[in-house]
Design a protein around this ligand. Structure first.
Ligand SMILES: Cc1ncc(C[n+]2csc(CCOP(=O)(O)OP(=O)(O)O)c2C)c(N)n1
Ligand SMILES: [Mg+2]
Length: 282
């Protein structure tokens, strides 16, 4: 499904944020900050940028989407349900015994999931393998890899960064959720990541820093990635963790906590008000 207008993409992100809150409530476990922070980017990727066929998840010509920071999967599940991979009602089975929607994604359970994740620091290597295979086959599909800033504290990530540059994987674009938080606090207090775009450039990548909630900027960065030849592209997307619900925003304590009933009700009211604002935009 392709949405052309930015307003439609914003409405989609708003619906997905509400899905995340509704999913986490019955689960009473899971991650709130990351999924809400990445909603705008997932809306752009799934409803503007990537090519796929939800009814044929294994279609050979599809773009591959790799989620490296598996804990933000509620936003992936919401995007997939709204794209038609499975019924919306199934979202409410998140983290239930036997559900296809595990707390961290499983490619063995849910068609359309390209990689199982949860252990951080693995996704970029998987995406590199796919991109390398695509190049060897001279395929036109591209590989999109969503990552977090926290997992850049793992050496395995940087091994994949080097490999992607060596093999000139210009069919690979990674988007990093640069939200400056991780499980126990601020990234810059725990293990500073500094200027991530500069680091990627030093490793031979094309790197772009954007405001991860600025639709025009994210879309332009994805266009720039497609036009960049001979090197992979990293989009450092500065996001507000918990974006869209004030009590969740910029507070690392919401990294891995689900809202209680009263908090979820309040959050949904706030998201509804935001929806009315987007609808009123010209
Ligand atoms: C290899 C590995 N080590 C530790 C964890 C536990 N863990 C889960 S999420 C997380 C925080 C990582 O930071 P980030 O991904 O930036 O978190 P967010 O911005 O979504 O809060 C950690 C340490 C893990 N999943 N995998
Ligand atoms: Mg983070």
């Amino acid at each position: 499904m392709k949405l052309k207008a930015v307003k439609e993409l914003k409405l989609m992100a708003n619906s997905m944020r509400a899905d995340v809150v509704r999913m986490l409530l019955p689960a009473q476990s899971g991650h709130t900050a990351g999924p809400l922070g990445m909603a705008d980017i997932f809306s752009i990727l799934f409803f503007h940028e990537m090519k796929y066929d939800a009814k044929r998840p294994a279609w050979e010509g599809r773009d591959r989407f790799v989620l490296s920071n598996g804990h933000i999967c509620p936003i992936l599940y919401s995007a997939m349900a709204r794209a038609g991979f499975f019924p919306l009602e199934e979202l409410l089975t998140l983290r239930k015994l036997g559900s296809r929607l595990q707390g961290h994604p499983s490619m063995a359970k849910l068609p359309g999931i390209e990689n199982s994740s949860g252990p951080l620091g693995e996704g970029l290597a998987i995406a590199c393998g796919m991109a390398l295979a695509g190049k060897m086959d001279k395929s036109s599909w591209r590989v999109y890899c969503a990552m977090s800033d926290g997992e850049h504290q793992e050496g395995s990530t940087w091994e994949a960064v080097m490999l992607a540059a060596k093999y000139k994987l210009d069919n690979l674009v990674a988007v990093c959720d640069r939200n400056y938080i991780q499980i126990d606090g601020k990234t810059e207090d725990i293990m500073p990541l500094g200027d991530m775009a500069e680091k990627y450039r030093a490793f031979g990548w094309h790197a772009i820093t954007v405001d991860g909630h600025d639709y025009a900027a994210v879309m332009a960065a994805l266009d720039e990635a497609r036009a960049t030849k001979g090197k992979p592209t990293m989009i450092i997307a500065r996001t507000v963790p918990g974006k869209g619900v004030l009590m969740f925003e910029n507070n690392y304590k919401w990294h891995g906590v689900a809202p209680k009933a009263d908090e979820a009700a309040k959050a949904l009211i706030e998201l509804e008000a935001e929806r009315a604002k987007i609808e009123a935009e010209t």
